[in-house]
Design a protein around this ligand. Sequence first.
Ligand SMILES: *Cc1c(COP(=O)(O)O)cnc(C)c1O
Length: 374
Amino acid sequence: MADLTAAVRALPAPRCAYVYDTAVLRSRARLLRAAVPPRTTVLYAVKANGHPAVVRTLAEECDGLEVASGGELALAVTAGARRVVFGGPAKTDAELAAALDAGALLNVESPHELRRLAALGAQADVCLRVNRPGNSLTGSHTMTGTPTPFGIDEAQLPAVLADIPAGLRVIGFHLHAVSNNLDGLAHAGFLTDAITWSIDTARSYGMDLHVVNAGGGLGVDYLSDASIDLAPLSSVRVPDGVELILEPGRYLAADAGWYAAEVLDLKTTHGRTFAILRGGTHHFRLPAAWGYSHPFQILPVDEWPHPYPRLEVTDTPVDAVGELCTPRDVLTRAQHVPRLRTGDILLFPRAGAYGWDISHHDFLRHDPPTFITL
Ligand SMILES: *Cc1c(COP(=O)(O)O)cnc(C)c1O
């Protein structure tokens, strides 16, 4: 925390930054590693945060990386990932070829994709992504048990497995189901069910099962400092000869990032007080995208080098809003502040996953934040 605040204060005003702490990435990865059962492979899902330092750190600390585009694949190769798994419903021929070249394990999402791979001359082991009926998990984004563009409908699986093109061998299934699940017991149940279903399905189609990829979805609670309880995961039994792959993004990266933005102006209109920031949802879109208020901490800055008076509010709820010309540029509604002044900095913790990477950076063409790696 001391390093973090020193790094932010050292920036030129008006301050605006993302700070990523690689020590936190390492400790999250170790916590997860210690919690998962034997024969589990942990891959970091690069889409949560593709900053090269984050990707490099987690390529070292995890068993490898999960990627979903040619751009992420290139990052993973540069980061020296030991294992790469490539998924995504709209892979181009160039991406398929690059994935084969890099020795990545492909999660194939449709029978059409299987035929495209075969036409590229692929000789490869692949997993099939399956959209199973029913879904016991709750979280923010449900991917299975409901109509989605992801994977092969379970009802169509027999026909697909009966017609695997020459050169390809199906070694397992990919069953990523949810995002931001906060219930550890339910997640353990989901893993066990994924393993059981995969074993049964492989057996009924005479297939050798090597891989069960249960995807990501381990959650963090943005309104508290809680995360999913990992303890139940250790009770999941992974049979000999089967590899359980997990692909968490948020769980590993969220706590390793802070978004910091200086208060440029303070005003009250129609009875509501706004802290207007050098920054906003074009840098940190997650709260607006998900419709919640992201809690902030105040980093006081005591210098005030200007000839005009410093604005200050005390003991009041404020809305933290950005520099964009839209009323939707809101990070936090009505957070009570003891004291807030222009020139102080708001620090948003848990901004390391799906922060910068999901934001619409070019809207209004403001300068990007500074990126700091600790
Ligand atoms: C997004 C995604 C992940 C990572 O999800 P988290 O919720 O960040 O853990 C893993 N696998 C696939 C296929 C994904 O689409």
